[in-house]
Design a protein around this ligand. Structure first.
Ligand code: SAH
Ligand code: SF4
Ligand code: F3S
Length: 498
């Protein structure tokens, strides 16, 4: 049954308290922001206490098995919830919902709705319909799923996103000054290990004018930093409106939006990284000098098994272009250890690649076979778990070394920071004693233009503005420094930006 078949929602208002749990990537964080935005318009209040809520939503990820297990155990805890609270509505959204609707209802029969990634705009109606059934004492099972790769499906998905993305819930953002903007949905790359092309559907790029409008709305709400999102964000391509726009063109289009001071984009796909994009981030002062372009493995044989479409030599050529065109640009990567066929020798090549390419940081994952992927169907998961674990730790240790060395190169230099808020340490201290001196100096944090976390002491009034910080020390993850300018400066105009 879909929302269209459901009885007209005439729901006697229950408490309308919403609990939402989100796992997975930034795309999911944005989706949750949008779902909460839509539900707020119907009078819902968000609570962080599942006990206080009568609507519980789980926005799920399927990229590794562990992410799915986490959701099943959260759902398990709600097994008898409806005995004591009959009006409760439980919904599973997102990637796992897209992939496993029947399985979810089988494993967690108390779930009322399962809504895939392309239909999240329907969530408010589906919740109302589910509540109606609960009030009438009947059992409801509502699903809204379809991400067809053929003709009509694509159009439907596109339409659903355009009506939906501008609805947002500012309190769900990482900070009030930072927001995500989706520029692409889906993925057509079909790396053999990866479930995303199934869970997010075909690759589509949003119209540049829609993206621009959304950035303007966000800027009007006080957002200063935009992160453009896509699974392979630099494959962005949109024809229409008189020309074909690539990501570089889109950056030019949104760059001068008043109020926006910084722009970044994730995640990049190595094969599609053109010089036009590198030249755009070099020439546009608001762009981060940062790229996340996952290498995944340092071994050509493994890259071939993964069907990544490039070799280490291609990647090396890309890195040389990055270093030449945007000196000081930081690059981060993802790695999978224990992919089918990864020998000890292949693994050593991943270690070598971190040393050679000097990644700012790497997200390292143990290969997890995902049903529905080519790797799961055709390749044996032939690296034992303990070997995967050891390789994961070894690679992480090398990456930490490299991160620290690269951070240390910045000691003595000045970096420009968009001040995001109190540091983690400061927050903990504030939680312990809420007597922080008003107007006094606190420990603040933000990111440098090369996307490194910077921690320094300053006045809380600086939050949301730009500061110049001299780097004095570092760890593998953080630059520590002192503030140089105390006045509020426009980031784009700063001469020293690292
Ligand atoms: N679109 C991005 C990444 C999406 S998934 C890209 O192409 O780079 C995020 C990361 O999860 C991937 O980069 C990969 O390193 C990891 N990943 C994906 N599938 C995986 C699997 N089956 N097992 C382990 N890690 C996986
Ligand atoms: Fe997955 Fe590959 Fe697409 Fe990234 S590019 S989302 S790893 S299929
Ligand atoms: Fe996970 Fe879906 Fe993102 S599978 S990584 S939440 S696109």
């Amino acid at each position: 049954m879909t929302a269209a078949d459901a009885p007209a929602p005439d729901v006697s208002p229950p408490n309308r308290r919403l609990y939402i749990e989100t796992v997975g990537c930034q795309m999911n964080v944005l989706d949750s922001e949008l779902v909460v935005g839509a539900l707020r318009q119907r009078g819902y209040e968000v609570t962080s206490d599942p006990e206080a809520a009568d609507t519980l939503l789980f926005n799920t990820c399927s990229v590794r098995e562990k992410a799915e297990q986490k959701i099943y155990s959260s759902l398990g805890r709600l097994k008898y919830r409806k005995r004591s609270r009959p009006g409760t509505v439980i919904g599973v959204l997102g990637c796992m919902a897209q992939k496993d609707q029947d399985l979810i209802f089988r494993r967690a029969p108390h779930v009322d709705l399962v809504v895939g990634t392309g239909q999240l705009a329907e969530v408010p109606d589906l919740i109302d319909a589910a509540r109606q059934s609960a009030v009438l004492g009947s059992k409801s099972r509502l699903t809204a799923l379809s991400l067809s790769r053929r003709g009509g499906g694509r159009k439907e998905i596109e339409a659903s996103f355009e009506s939906y993305d501008p609805l947002r819930e500012p309190t769900m953002r990482p900070t009030p000054h930072q927001a995500f903007v989706r520029i692409m949905i889906g993925c057509d790359k079909f790396c053999t290990y990866c479930v995303v092309p199934t869970t997010r559907g075909p690759e589509q790029s949003r119209a540049p004018s829609d993206v621009k409008k959304e950035v303007e709305i966000l800027a009007g709400q006080g957002v200063k930093e935009i992160t453009l999102l896509g699974q392979t964000v630099n494959s962005y391509k949109h024809s229409g409106e008189g020309k074909t726009y690539r990501l570089s063109d889109l950056l030019y289009l949104i760059h001068d939006t008043p109020g926006i001071e910084r722009i970044k984009f994730v995640t990049g796909y190595p094969k599609d990284l053109g010089n036009d994009l590198l030249e755009a981030i070099r020439d546009l002062p608001k762009c981060y000098h940062y790229l996340h372009v996952p290498l995944q493995s340092g071994c050509d044989d493994v890259l071939k098994v993964m069907k990544r479409g490039y070799t280490v030599a291609h990647y090396r050529d890309m890195m040389q272009r990055v270093w030449e065109i945007v000196p000081g640009c930081s690059v981060s990567s993802d790695f999978i250890v224990g992919n089918p066929g990864e020998s000890e020798e292949s693994f050593q090549k991943s270690i070598d690649s971190i040393r050679e390419f000097r990644f700012k940081n790497s997200f390292i994952f143990k290969y997890s076979p995902r049903p529905g992927t080519k790797a799961h169907e055709r390749l044996e998961d032939d690296v034992p778990e303990e070997v995967k674990r050891r390789r994961n730790n070894e690679l992480l240790a090398v990456q930490n070394e490299v991160s620290e060395e690269e951070n240390a190169r910045l000691i003595g230099r000045r970096v420009s920071v968009l001040v995001e808020g109190p540091s983690v340490r400061q927050k903990k201290e504030d939680d312990r004693d809420d007597a922080s001196a008003p107007g006094g100096t606190v420990q603040l944090t933000g990111h440098s233009r090369c996307d490194r976390i910077v921690v320094f002491d300053g006045n809380p009034r600086l939050i949301g503005s730009a500061a110049e910080v001299e780097v004095e020390d570092c760890t593998g993850t953080t630059l520590l420094g002192s503030i140089v300018t105390r006045e509020v400066t426009h980031l784009g105009g700063l001469p020293v930006l690292t």
